[in-house]
Design a protein around this ligand. Structure first.
Ligand SMILES: Nc1ncnc2c1ncn2[C@@H]1O[C@H](COP(=O)(O)OP(=O)(O)OP(=O)(O)O)[C@@H](O)[C@H]1O
Ligand SMILES: [Mg+2]
Length: 360
């Protein structure tokens, strides 16, 4: 039985349909992130789970029990908001013990528990500090401790790291994940940052305009996007319009792209398809002359030239003008040292890194 289940949840604000029948199951101890662009309904979904918002239709179940009509304060959920959600006039300890105080726990016990939790999030020595005496990252740690204090059945996090700088964000997201695993807390994590979702989650639920596009393990979502939206939103993707020429080859304009079509995904020749190619699935080789590019073509490669490049550390991202049209390719930076705008290249697309979607 799922620890948390949304069944066909709908929500409308006036003219705006925020959720169009959202169904999702989260297993006990699992961390599922809701990933999608601004306005796609992530916060609305989270607020409905928490009970701060009522759905217009559908059901919400916690461990098989329908809680759709149960008020927020009786749902046993812990929530961490985007930023600045601590009570400013309370110390870190008072913030963390707040939920326990509301539940009528005695002072000594709840203070002990608050101190334990602050220890757990690495703020053992700072229980007496007020929020304005803590850094952004420390404030979010307090917010996390506060959400965990009540031992929630479900932990809900709404872009908890978005107000923090890049380095703190990386560190804290790893800490959140470690802590979540250690405590085994069922968690829904909202983010619009695909890297964050891919790195922290057991499964990722990609949303667009109030609809769930795809749910899967991070590697599945990255390797096997099922819709054009997921392909575009998760990672960088080259997208070409083509036509199936045979069981394993696609024509894009005049050039053929070799492909491996997964078993069970065979398609009829002549069918219009979208060919999706990850930048890291394109092998690029520098060519000394146009004649060299032609002889590479004779051996089945594609020709192209470098239009622009961006150094990204270990890899360099090339924008290429190729026989297939413009393509983005990532190559090891060490290889790209000699490249300039106009450098001639030959390239091969790794068939295993190529992906087909019906164009419809
Ligand atoms: N209280 C409200 N009243 C009116 N419209 C609302 C309300 N809350 C949300 N909406 C609308 O519902 C849609 C979904 O909003 P939601 O806050 O769930 O998006 P989101 O995915 O969390 O976006 P972001 O990444 O920007 O936080 C948006 O079009 C938003 O304007
Ligand atoms: Mg939001």
């Amino acid at each position: 039985m799922a620890a948390l289940e949304l069944r066909g949840v709908r929500k409308q604000f006036g003219e705006v349909v925020a959720l169009r029948g959202l169904s999702l199951e989260v297993a006990s101890g699992e961390l599922v992130s809701l990933l999608g662009p601004s306005g796609c309904g992530k916060t609305t979904a989270l607020r409905i789970i928490a009970g701060f918002e009522h759905p217009d239709g559908g059901e919400l179940l916690v461990e098989g029990r329908d809680v759709t009509r149960i008020p927020a304060n009786r749902r046993n959920m812990g929530m961490v908001f985007q930023a600045y959600s601590l009570f400013p006039n309370m110390t870190a300890r008072e913030n963390v013990e707040f939920g326990l105080k509301v539940r009528g726990q005695d002072r000594a016990r709840r203070q002990r528990r608050a101190d334990e939790l602050l220890e757990l999030v690495g703020l053992g020595g700072r229980a007496g500090r007020y929020p304005n005496e803590l850094s952004g990252g420390q404030q979010q740690r307090v917010a996390l401790a506060r959400a965990l204090a009540i031992e929630p059945a479900v932990l809900l996090l709404d872009e908890p790291l978005s107000a923090l700088d890049a380095k703190v964000r990386l560190q804290l997201r790893q800490e959140i994940r470690d802590l979540q695993k250690r405590l085994g807390t069922t968690t829904v994590y909202v983010t619009h940052d695909q890297e964050e979702a891919l790195s922290i989650s057991d499964r990722v639920a990609v949303m667009s305009e109030g609809v769930l596009e795809q749910v899967g393990r991070p590697a599945e979502i990255y390797r096997d996007p099922r819709t054009p939206f997921v392909a575009e939103f998760v990672g960088t993707m080259n997208r070409l319009e083509g036509k199936l020429a045979g069981p394993t080859s696609v024509l894009v304009g005049e050039a053929g792209v070799p492909l491996t079509v997964q078993a069970g995904h065979e398609r009829a020749p002549g069918e219009a398809v979208l060919v999706l190619i990850r930048p890291e699935s394109i092998a690029v080789e520098e060519a000394a002359s146009a004649a060299e590019v032609d002889s590479a073509r004779a051996r089945g490669s594609l020709g192209g030239r470098v239009l622009a490049f961006t150094f990204l550390g270990p890899v360099t991202r090339l924008v290429l003008d190729t026989d297939l049209g413009p393509l983005v390719a990532d190559v090891p930076s060490i290889q790209a040292l000699t490249y300039a705008s106009g450098t001639l290249v030959s390239l091969r697309v790794d068939p295993a890194g190529t992906h087909l979607l019906g164009a419809g």
